[in-house]
Design a protein around this ligand. Structure first.
Ligand SMILES: [Zn+2]
Length: 656
């Protein structure tokens, strides 16, 4: 199956109060605009989160202000297909306000018997919308709508929203739980049942859509990537970096994880032309949109820009022109993206769904250090990584212990910080000998300071430095190299009834190790990544950098000079060549918003790339293929990229 490479997605959640839905929609001119931008696939609502349908339905509720007989969605599909643009149908399966108005008995019920409003627990969801219970008769209703759309229109797939698995206490869910022997009074079991219900709905939809058999795209927003590949056929990475829930730390994690989950299925990188869903009047700069999409392309994802269509159906020229320019810029580099894979040295372990503060900081530091890495969960194959990072709070469950044992047995190396490596009860390091330290207690001083020692003394400035997070108290085993120690404060932060112990300066260096090394494990007793998330002190990154260097002395890429910490460098490869993607954009917190206004220039970026046995024929800058001088020394190639503005792509081509 060949997949579309450039995608657009439109929200079209129009309230009943919008009086002219689709009245100005001209399907042919819409399709021409999509074509002009250079997109090959459009996602468009057949049913929105207000519960209204935009197609000729016999089952659902047509938007009341659509002109009689107007098949908005159907006309759009026909006009797009005529010019070679595919369409996927969006249906919201969870939010459906109008259905909740007509059928209050289909609504999700909260723990106290009230109508459930998700804004209580997650500000991202449309406030005050009714949420439908997928175990009520609503399930058959939404299934019949999906079936109707599939049978009626030549769509290329389905994007199905709001598989949020919110706990529901309606009578259908309570009965369902009891049938499975689950306890409705146990919060965890209610949450588990909600997830079981969301997955079973996805499975039933999959039976109708038959995405693999019929070559259709299918993705359920809200389910995990691994579940989506079970029921659907591709991956969608929805990420608006301007939204606080995502920020600029989310895409690096998701992109580096999803590419390890995909078995060749495409991953779409959905950003937005605006700052937030529901924000009709913003247009992010070329540089801001480009940054997200270049980042995705460098990491094996295809561009998708989220948008709103105006309720009347107008597609504003200002948006068309901006996206045409951005997609035009990206397309020049396509020959270097197609089929490219990302070679990596190391990986960061996380749950695969929730990225903690520590995951985010570990990934951020590795990006700042220009390391080549994946984000993985415990189901990935770990054998391809030289080093795996266990950030701060990875407790070793039985299944993780098995993975770690096997990884260590095969010579793999680990960087662990804080509590990582402890058993789930936090009593002992599961691999005490390999870790090189014995556990004493969960938390040492508050606050803890540190100093580096021995060969690592010069790594940081000569003063006691803050960890900015908790430290585990350990003792080094015989033979373990101690590279730093914890410094105790005069006293801990506290209030003793008379005095506030607020000023807590560092006092004495203790015997408790801060950083230790064994043959296979570099361990830092401080929660290094959590500390960096709090205070971004570059010395913490220097400590992490030294731990990395000890275990990975010859990383795939080294940026020797000319490229700031906020810039990103990502390596990919195709048969016969390796690419170094250079991204120089600076997200800035401006008032309450995170913005990228312009691409930033960088000059004389000095790079050193490991060749793993290959011989270099030439080094060129894409897309013009201007050659740049290089030197090959043993297994490395060195070259200097003279100038980039925002994005630059250097390709190292190999001799036959
Ligand atoms: Zn329910």
């Amino acid at each position: 199956m060949s997949y579309p490479e450039y995608v657009l997605f439109f929200d079209n959640h129009t309230m009943q109060a919008c009086y002219n839905v689709g009245h100005n929609f001209d399907a042919d001119s819409f399709a021409a605009s999509v074509k002009e931008i250079g997109a090959e696939l459009v996602g468009f609502p057949a049913k929105c989160n207000q519960g209204f349908c935009y197609y000729d339905t016999k089952i659902g509720i047509r938007h009341p202000s659509m002109k009689p007989g107007h098949d908005y969605f159907g006309d759009l599909v026909a006009a797009c297909n005529k010019v070679g643009v595919k369409v996927t149908a969006y249906l919201n399966c969870g939010l459906s306000n109008e259905d909740g108005v007509v059928h209050p008995e289909w609504c999700q019920i909260g723990k106290n018997g009230e109508f459930f409003h998700p804004e209580v627990i997650n500000s991202m969801i449309t406030p005050y919308a009714r949420i439908m219970c997928i175990n009520s008769p609503y399930r058959q209703y939404i299934l019949s709508l999906i079936k109707e759309v599939k049978e009626k229109y030549p769509v290329s797939g389905f994007l199905l929203d709001s598989f949020n698995a919110f706990p529901c206490y309606c009578r259908h869910c309570m009965e369902g739980m009891r049938k499975l022997g689950m306890n409705p009074e146990n919060d965890n079991e209610v949450a588990e049942y909600a997830l079981i219900s969301a997955k079973s709905l996805a499975a039933e939809i999959s039976e109708i859509v038959q995405p693999r058999r019929d070559g259709l795209l299918m993705y359920c927003l809200g389910l995990s990537a691994r579940d989506n590949l079970k029921y659907g056929s591709y991956l969608e990475c929805e990420c608006l970096p301007t939204y606080p829930n995502w920020g600029y730390d989310a895409l690096p994690i998701r992109s580096r994880y999803l590419r390890t989950v995909s078995k060749g299925e495409p991953v779409f990188n959905m950003t937005g032309r605006f700052y937030a869903w529901g924000d009709f009047g913003s247009l992010r700069t070329d540089a801001a949109i480009e940054y997200d999409l270049f980042y995705g392309l460098a990491n094996g994802m295809r561009p998708n820009v989220g948008d709103h269509i105006h309720p009347s159906g107008l597609y504003h020229r200002g948006i068309v022109e901006r996206l045409k320019k951005v997609y035009g810029t990206l397309k020049q580099y396509d020959p270097w993206y197609r089929g490219a894979k990302n070679p990596v040295d190391l990986a960061v372990l996380f749950s695969g769904t929730m990225a903690t503060r520590s995951t985010k900081s570990a990934v951020r530091m590795l990006c700042e250090l220009k390391m080549q890495f994946d984000c993985i969960d415990e189901l990935n194959d770990w054998s391809k990584y030289k080093v795996i990072v266990l950030p701060d709070d990875i407790l070793l469950t039985d299944s993780l212990q098995k993975k770690v044992a096997e990884f260590l047995k095969n010579g793999g190396k680990l960087i662990a910080t804080g509590e990582s490596g402890l058993d789930p009860e936090k009593k002992v390091f599961c691999f005490e000998k390999e870790w090189g330290v014995r556990f004493r207690k969960e938390k040492t001083f508050n606050p803890a300071y540190f100093t580096m020692t021995g060969d690592y003394k010069e790594l940081v400035p000569a003063l006691p430095l803050s960890v900015n997070s908790d430290c585990v108290e350990t003792e080094a085993l015989t033979g373990t190299v101690v590279a730093g120690n914890i410094i105790a404060p005069y006293y801990d932060h506290k209030w003793d009834g008379v005095y506030s112990f607020f000023y807590t300066p560092p006092d004495k260096v203790t015997e408790f190790p801060f950083v230790t090394f064994t043959g296979q494990v570099a361990y830092c007793s401080g929660k290094l990544f959590d500390g960096y998330n709090t205070a971004a002190s570059v010395e913490l990154r220097d400590v992490f950098g030294a731990m990395l260097k000890r275990l990975l002395p010859d990383p795939l890429l080294q940026v020797e000079s000319g490229f700031p910490s906020f810039a990103r460098a990502i390596v990919s490869e195709q048969p016969g060549r390796m690419m170094v993607h250079l991204l120089n954009y600076l997200p800035e917190k401006r008032g309450e918003m995170l913005i990228v206004e312009e691409a930033v220039e960088a000059y004389n970026i000095k790079l050193k790339l490991r060749l793993d046995g290959r011989t270099v024929k030439r080094v060129v800058m894409a897309p013009a293929e201007e050659e740049i001088p290089f030197v090959q020394e043993n297994d490395h190639v060195m070259f200097t990229v003279p100038k980039i503005c925002g994005y630059g792509l250097a390709a190292v081509e190999f001799a036959e």
